[in-house]
Design a protein around this ligand. Structure first.
Ligand code: SF4
Ligand code: SF4
Length: 353
């Protein structure tokens, strides 16, 4: 199971789509529970992937060090904005199985969204982590109207990221005209990325474009039972106040509270809405996002939800168009099964943007 551990509710940045730190009464800026309770709970899970999360997790390096010294887990990782990597000693970085660095693509796009100088800081962090031997580094993009998905993803792959993942800036942000943008720029860019992925696969190389890998995995190996991020059924988030949550974005919503580290918790039975149950893309999408299912209409209305859904369906359709050929390439030995096998829970990625 995936355990997303909030180390703090505080953040040192104020990105345009996020607004920075949580109010301390929602997600306290320090751990307010007994660490050993967390250890007991996680160690009951023989297959625990522990990912440090925030706020900005590196604002509380002491908790990361304590956890990595004291809690047995199969895998450790972190989702960080990449500006404070010097706060964690290098031996702990070397033990990270996966590091997700937030970067939105090219310098101008990243700095407009995240603040001047952030691109450079993340780029330096990336080079530092590689130089000390961290193997698996994932670029984690937030996609906005400023993004050119083809340009930004290929930029990040070209500078050496092993994997690139992204999320659309929808639902938890002010409503914007996603359909027009997607038809004009995003979806043509997705189709170009899919073509590029196939061209490289024909040469025996699998590109680490996470949404493409994640959708192909559902086609080739195992369909998703719910949102691919695992929210509530394969993944939980532990807030700094000890609440165990289904989704790390849903820190204010009662439906998200599965229990508390002092008293235990119960995983959810994910109920997808009728629209998803009837949808031909359900095996590859799993309903996309639990938060959007529960809260989407409240923020973006029915038409907004349907516009996001249109983008989801077109994205899946583009990836499925190459799926039979990818299967042939595996059967013919051009690409290896292990190169394409991808479980998003192990990396804390969501698959469907
Ligand atoms: S594509 Fe849309 S309707 Fe279909 S399963 Fe995904 S979220 Fe549900
Ligand atoms: S994809 Fe949705 S449900 Fe999953 S972690 Fe992100 S916001 Fe939560």
């Amino acid at each position: 199971m995936l355990w997303l551990l909030f180390t703090t509710g505080a953040c040192n940045l104020r990105c345009s789509y996020c607004g920075g730190s949580f109010e301390p009464h929602v997600v306290p800026w320090r751990i307010t529970y007994e660490n050993n309770k967390l250890k007991q709970l996680i160690e009951r899970d023989e297959d625990a992937t522990v990912i440090f999360y925030g706020g900005e997790p590196l604002l509380n390096p002491g908790f990361i060090i304590w956890t990595m010294n004291n809690v047995k887990a199969r895998r450790f990782g972190i989702q960080t904005n990449g500006t404070l990597v010097s706060l964690l000693p290098r031996d702990y970085w070397r033990r990270m199985d996966v590091v997700l660095l937030s970067i939105d693509g090219r310098e101008k796009v990243t700095d407009t969204n995240r603040g001047r100088g952030v691109y450079r800081a993340v780029f330096n962090a990336f080079n530092y982590l590689r130089s000390i031997g961290v193997k698996r580094i994932i670029a984690r993009m937030t996609v906005t109207e400023l993004t050119d998905i083809y340009e930004d993803v290929t930029h990040l792959l070209n500078i050496g990221f092993n994997y690139v993942h992204w999320q659309l800036n929808v639902v938890w942000t002010d409503k914007w005209n996603i359909k027009t943008w997607a038809d004009g720029n995003y979806l043509p860019g997705i189709r170009k990325l899919v073509d590029l992925f196939l061209r490289r696969a024909e040469e025996g190389k699998v590109f680490g474009i996470v949404p493409i890998l994640g959708i192909l995995n559902a086609y080739l190996f195992k369909p998703y039972e719910g949102p691919p991020c695992g929210a509530g059924y394969r993944a939980v988030a532990v807030s700094t106040d000890g609440r165990v949550l289904a989704c790390p974005i849903a820190v204010r919503e009662d439906w998200s509270v599965l229990g508390h580290i002092n008293t235990g918790f119960k995983l959810m039975n994910i109920q997808l809405p009728e629209m998803c149950m009837k949808c031909e893309y359900k095996p590859y999408c799993g309903g996309r996002c639990l938060y959007a299912i529960m809260e989407g209409e409240k923020y973006w209305g029915r038409d907004g939800v349907l516009a996001v859904d249109y983008v989801t369906r077109e994205t899946i359709k583009a990836v499925l168009s190459i799926a039979p050929r990818i299967k042939e390439l595996i059967n013919n030995g051009v690409i290896k099964t292990e190169d394409i096998a991808y479980d998003p829970i192990l990396d804390s990625t969501e698959v469907i943007p």
